[in-house]
Design a protein around this ligand. Structure first.
Ligand code: SF4
Length: 475
């Protein structure tokens, strides 16, 4: 029986096991990134594997590569005629490795990224529920990180598919004494305010981390504060192969985790396969992001949105429900994922962006944003209550929440048709407090039921509260 081993772990130390999983992973990557390998494999699997220099047994790997074999295996596993641990080692080990990755992502979303600050904690949970209604199982991929940094303004890569439509590189936040002091001070304050959840973010968002020559020095500061090496997703992994190798080694030594390389051309793919052994890239996901790649799949957001189709329903690559701090621009934005549409082309709902000149001022802004947008409970005397990105429709006394993506769900309101109609039209006006809404309803209405319904909608992120009408209008 194949023993289950946790590969993404500091304690993992079994070169044979790692080699087996890494080689299996490399074959699958070849399959998703290289159409010539694909064709050759279909004709002659042994030859294709030998030419690629990959040491795996062609017969065993067929369960992962060949559509028919893979369906047969999955069916047999489901009907119980085959037990997982009776299958070839490479299959079992690879499946366990994939499950481990999914489990660690799930742990981030459901446990590690939950902030200590009570208002922030509830607000993040509401955004998570809203995303589930709106995006279904795709929302499982979002960890809703609470804090991310940008160490440059803009990005030098200019990917044509950029989901956040990053603009060109304008400035770099170098690791000077003064800048490093400010960065460390901010890390400390955010750690205290948000809790350990603040340490599961990244040092890039709408930018390319490796554009900053001092990226690694900031990573070290981050490690010193949180004891974690943040994930790197880069489209510049082949710009300086030795730099990339050193970065991977630093992560492996200090805090093993999964990094991600966007493979944006066939040339980049070839360099990665040539310069890095399968074992070196075991903890790195290679994302096929060029048109010729057999498994290229790009989210329709940002520059990859179809602008000619104004009604086009797309996606989002955003995975933070929290603060994005741009150190170069000295700005902070509070954001959460949103299915991209013509008003939110980058798939982000930015509730507010503000500028700071010191760590003190930044902390003040973040605290103010938390109290302004993140009330723990629905407060009936707060200004402005409005439906969120969902259209709320009354049908036979039921509320249908229709998202602008694929999300749709319905709830019993237990209210009369007319009362519900009136309530929904008041929410659409985006200007009343909860008490004002109640006062504008017919006098004989059951207020408890209305309050219960508002709380329910609010808990699922289907309605939103703010201090400002302007924010509501922009929503
Ligand atoms: S995808 Fe990343 S690397 Fe490419 S342009 Fe956007 S921010 Fe830059």
């Amino acid at each position: 029986m194949v023993e289950r081993k946790l590969i993404i772990s500091k304690d993992f130390n079994d070169p044979e096991y790692a080699k087996n999983v890494a080689n299996t992973k490399r074959v699958l990557e070849k399959f998703t990134l290289d159409k010539d390998f694909n064709s050759l494999y279909k004709e002659n699997p042994d030859k294709a594997l030998a030419e690629a220099g990959i040491e795996v047994d062609a017969k065993s790997i067929a369960m992962l590569l060949n559509d028919e074999e893979s369906k047969k295996t999955r069916k047999a596993l489901l009907d119980g005629s085959v037990k997982l641990f009776d299958l070839p080692d490479c299959y079992v080990r690879y499946m366990l490795f994939m499950q481990e990755k999914l489990d660690s992502r799930e742990e981030l979303r459901t446990k590690l990224c939950i902030p200590d600050e009570p208002g922030f904690k509830e607000w993040r949970a509401r955004q998570e529920r809203r995303c589930f209604i709106e995006m279904g199982s795709n929302a499982k991929k979002m960890i809703h990180a609470t804090l991310m940094f940008e160490l440059t303004e803009g990005c030098s890569v200019g990917c044509p598919f950029c989901g956040v439509a990053a603009k060109g590189l304008k400035g770099i936040f170098r690791h000077t004494d003064e800048n490093a002091r400010l960065f460390r001070d901010i890390l400390k304050r955010m750690h205290k305010l948000i809790g350990d959840a603040a340490g599961y973010g990244t040092l890039y968002y709408s930018c390319e981390g490796l554009d900053n020559p001092d990226y690694e020095m900031f990573i070290e500061d981050y490690f010193n504060e949180f004891g974690k090496v943040p994930q790197t997703t880069t489209a510049a992994s082949t710009r300086d192969v030795e730099r990339t190798r050193a970065l991977l080694n630093y992560g492996l030594k200090n805090y093993p985790h999964i990094d991600r390389f966007s493979v944006i051309s066939a040339e980049m793919r070839d360099i990665l396969f040539e310069k890095f052994s399968p074992e070196e890239l075991l903890d790195v996901e290679l994302l096929p992001q060029f048109t010729d790649a057999p498994a290229s799949s790009l989210v329709k957001a940002g520059r990859n949105r179809d602008e000619t189709d104004q009604d086009s329903v797309n996606g989002t690559i955003a995975c933070a429900s929290g603060f994005i701090i741009n150190m170069q621009e000295k700005s902070v934005r509070l954001m959460t994922p949103f299915v991209s549409d013509k008003d939110h082309p980058t798939g982000e709902w930015i509730l507010e962006k503000a500028f700071f000149s010191s760590a003190d001022e930044l902390e003040e802004i973040v605290r103010r944003m938390i109290s302004q947008y993140m009330n723990v409970q629905l407060e009936l005397d707060r200004p402005c209550l409005a439906s969120c990105d969902f259209e709320l429709v009354n049908k036979d006394g039921k509320i249908w929440a229709i998202g602008h993506g694929n999300g749709i769900s319905s709830y019993d309101s237990f209210l009369d048709q007319e009362v519900l109609d009136k309530l929904l039209s008041l929410l659409k006006e985006k200007k009343y407090t909860g008490y004002e809404v109640l006062n504008l309803l017919p006098e004989d209405v059951n207020y408890s039921l209305v309050i219960l319904l508002l709380k329910f909608l609010w808990n699922y992120g289907l309605i939103h509260q703010s201090q400002s009408k302007k924010e509501m209008e922009d929503m």
